[in-house]
Design a protein around this ligand. Structure first.
Ligand SMILES: [Zn+2]
Length: 98
């Protein structure tokens, strides 16, 4: 049986982006800038802070169809779309059959 133990505490701070972004890329850029400003403000104004680190949240998707990446391979996503299969066929020189 699993036993859970609290090993320590830290504070997580998330930015509040009020402006409506026009694209997902713009949204992440606004978040990064807001996090950089929060990081500077925390260092400047708050005592007893050991470290302030901006952490990127990442995810993996197929570059062709945008489907979530589910495979351990970094080249082939199990045939999520025709282009994924085509790329695998070209990479391996074999024809993939699901
Ligand atoms: Zn795909």
């Amino acid at each position: 049986m699993r036993k859970d133990t609290i090993d320590g505490y830290h504070v997580e701070v998330s930015p509040s982006i009020c402006r409506f972004a026009r694209s997902p890329g713009e949204q992440t850029e606004l978040e990064r800038r807001a996090c950089d400003e929060i990081q500077k403000d925390i260092r400047r104004h708050i005592d007893d802070v050991g470290s302030v680190i901006v952490v990127a949240e990442t995810s993996s998707t197929c570059e062709f169809c945008g489907y979530a990446w589910t495979e351990s391979s970094e080249y082939f996503n199990g045939g999520c779309c025709d282009k994924d299969i085509e790329a695998e066929d070209q990479r391996t020189g074999k024809e993939f059959t699901p």
